[in-house]
Design a protein around this ligand. Structure first.
Ligand code: G
Ligand code: G
Ligand code: MN
Ligand code: NA
Length: 251
C-alpha cells in the first residue's frame, strides 16, 4: 500500500531509470542490441526490482503510464547513442496489462515519432501468455506492419509449445534463463534449446539466449548454432555511461 502511494509520483520525482543490457551476436561477438530494463530508485528502500513494483503498478492501474515513460525514454536514448550504437536494436518489455489496455500501438507510434527512432530498430518483448490475450493479435499485426520486431520473451519458462511457435507472429525468441542454467548439464534441456534453434532456422526467427552466466553455457550455445546471447557473462545491465564505454571498447 505504501509502495503504491509512492509509485504514483515516482516518474515526476525522477525516481525511475532505465538500465541497459547488451545482446551479443555469437558469430562475431559484436553487440547487436540492448534490452532496456526498468528500475525504481525509492528514496527509502533504494533500488526496488521490477518484479516487486510492476505487480503493484498493475493493481494501481499505473502500468500504461510507466510503459509510456519507458518507451519514450528508451527510444530517445537509443537514437542518441554514439558510434555503432546508432545501429543497435532496442528491446523494450511490455506487459500483458499494456496489451490489454489497447494503447500499445498508439504508444509505440508516438514514441517512435517523438524520438525519430526507425521502427526496424525497436523490438517489443512480450511473453507467450501476454500474446494469448484477447484482441492482442490485431495490435501485434499492426506493429509488425510498421516494421517493429516482436520477441517472444521467457520462452521455455511456462508451458511453451514447440509446434506452436510457427503460428506466433514473432521474429525473435528469447530462451528463458531457467533453460540456460541447465543447458550445459542436462541433456534434455540442451535438446530443447537445440530444437528451438532448429525451428528458428526454418521459421527465420532469431534465437537469443538469456541469462548466460558461464563460459560453459556459452560454449554449448555456440555449438548449437544459437545466434545471440545476453547475460551476466557478457555484461550486467549497465547505465548509459557504462553502455557507451562498452560500445567504445567493441568498436
Ligand atoms: O531487470 P530485471 O531482471 O530485474 O527484470 C525483472 C523482470 O521485470 C523481467 O521479467 C523483465 O522482463 C521485467 N521488466 C523489466 N523492465 C520492464 C519494463 O520496462 N516493462 C515491463 N513490463 N517489464 C519489465
Ligand atoms: O524477463 P526478462 O527476460 O525481460 O528479464 C530480464 C531480467 O533478467 C533482468 O532483470 C536482468 O537483470 C536479468 N538478467 C540478465 N542477465 C542475467 C543473468 O545472466 N543471470 C540472471 N540470474 N539474471 C539475469
Ligand atoms: Mn525481456
Ligand atoms: Na526473459
Amino acid at each position: 500500500e505504501q509502495l503504491r502511494r509512492d509509485l504514483v509520483g515516482a516518474r515526476e520525482r525522477g525516481e525511475l531509470a532505465l538500465v541497459w543490457q547488451p545482446i551479443v551476436s555469437l558469430a562475431d561477438h559484436r553487440v547487436t542490441g540492448v534490452e532496456a530494463l526498468l528500475r525504481w530508485q525509492h528514496p527509502l528502500y533504494g533500488d526496488v526490482p521490477p518484479d516487486e513494483f510492476l505487480p503493484v503498478a498493475e493493481r494501481a492501474g499505473l502500468v500504461v503510464e510507466l510503459q509510456r515513460w519507458v518507451l519514450h525514454t528508451a527510444t530517445a536514448a537509443a537514437v542518441a547513442l554514439p558510434g555503432h550504437g546508432v545501429e543497435l536494436k532496442l528491446g523494450v518489455n511490455v506487459s500483458a496489462q499494456h496489451l490489454a489496455a489497447g494503447t500499445l500501438v498508439g504508444d509505440v507510434t508516438s514514441a517512435l515519432r517523438a524520438s525519430g527512432l526507425s521502427p526496424e530498430r525497436l523490438v517489443v518483448e512480450i511473453t507467450e501468455s501476454a500474446l494469448m490475450g484477447e484482441h492482442v493479435a490485431d495490435d501485434v499485426t499492426a506493429l509488425r506492419l510498421m516494421g517493429v520486431h516482436l520477441a517472444l520473451d521467457d520462452f521455455g519458462r511456462g508451458s511453451s509449445s514447440l509446434p506452436g511457435l510457427g503460428r506466433l507472429p514473432v521474429d525473435i525468441i528469447k530462451l528463458d534463463r531457467a533453460l540456460l542454467s541447465r543447458v550445459d548439464r542436462d541433456p534434455y534441456t540442451r535438446a530443447v534449446c537445440e530444437a528451438v534453434v532448429a525451428l528458428g532456422t526454418v521459421l527465420h526467427i532469431d534465437v537469443v539466449a538469456e541469462g548466460v552466466e558461464t563460459a560453459s553455457q556459452l560454449g554449448v550455445l555456440s555449438a548449437l548454432g544459437c545466434g545471440f546471447a545476453q547475460g551476466f557473462l557478457l555484461s550486467r545491465p549497465v547505465g548509459l555511461v557504462g553502455l557507451t564505454q562498452l560500445l567504445d571498447a567493441h568498436d
